[in-house]
Ligand binder design. Structure first.
Ligand SMILES: Nc1ncnc2c1ncn2[C@@H]1O[C@H](COP(=O)(O)OP(=O)(O)OP(=O)(O)O)[C@@H](O)[C@H]1O
Ligand SMILES: [Mg+2]
Length: 242
């Protein structure tokens, strides 16, 4: 069943130049959908449009069949759609626990839910419990990304949009994050992720969308991609060694 769908999305930052030019995407419930493409293809722009940070000038977004185009991010969060941006969004002066508490902002009066949520995050990522009182800037890059995941899970999302959650972090931590994402999908969370580690992300994904210059290039299941990945992306210099 499709839970999140974008149809013919057109987005401009200013003037007449459309960054996304009629992009389509659909994500099946509790599956992992990957969006890959070269730098500047519009991947982040697409995620920001899905989660309400950008309003498309044309096209529509649907969540569980209901149109959500232009709905504000905090409203979408309470509808079960959460987003982790490409660049660190933690509050650097706050501790690990305080950042987790801020993930519970939408239900901030429900203290029991906050306590239970934090306990669940600590069980999932035990190192966060040890570092509960540590300022986030003292964590490694990978640990900070895991904290962002934990903070987002505080809101009990059904659909999680992840923009390059594994970028610039140690490969061993990236591996843990990929495993965690697979587990999240087994726990019925739908994941839509942009990722530059093409090989690894395809490995864990059920469905793949390739964007180039603001348009869909190809899309298909992992099986459909195996064997022809090299053809599809050979002209992206950054992926020379794929
Ligand atoms: N706030 C902005 N204002 C104007 N143009 C922007 C803005 N953000 C992105 N762009 C432009 O939109 C295009 C798509 O950018 P976007 O960040 O969506 O690409 P991307 O596929 O996520 O790239 P990357 O792999 O580098 O993260 C680029 O040409 C970029 O310069
Ligand atoms: Mg991006």
């Amino acid at each position: 069943m499709v839970i999140l769908e974008a149809k013919e999305i057109e987005v401009s930052y200013y003037g007449d130049i459309s960054i996304l030019q009629g992009v389509n995407l659909s994500a099946e419930v509790s599956k992992i959908t990957a969006i890959i493409g070269p730098n500047g293809a519009g991947k982040s722009t697409l995620l920001k449009t899905l989660c309400g940070f950008l309003k498309p000038k044309k096209g529509k977004v649907f969540l569980r069949g209901r149109e959500i185009t232009g709905v504000q991010p905090h409203t979408l969060m309470s509808m079960g759609l959460s987003y982790i941006p490409q660049y660190n969004s933690l509050f650097p002066d706050l501790t690990v626990k305080e950042n987790l508490e801020l993930g519970a902002w939408t239900f901030r009066k429900d203290h029991k839910r906050i306590r239970d949520g934090i306990e669940k995050v600590f069980q999932r990522y035990p190192f966060l419990k040890e570092k509960a009182s540590t300022k986030t800037t003292k964590l490694s890059g990978g640990q900070q990304r895991i904290l962002e995941l934990g903070r987002t899970l505080m809101g009990s999302p059904e659909v999680l949009l992840l923009d390059e959650i594994t970028a610039m972090i140690a490969p061993i931590v990236a591996k843990e994050i990929y495993q965690d994402i697979e587990n999240l999908s087994k726990e019925k969370i739908t994941v839509v992720m942009v990722d530059q580690n093409v090989r690894q992300v395809i490995e864990i994904s059920d469905y793949i969308f390739i964007l180039e210059l603001g348009k869909n290039k190809v899309s298909g299941t992992k099986e459909e991609f195996s064997g022809r990945l090299k053809d599809v992306i050979q002209d992206w210099l950054v992926y020379e060694n794929v």
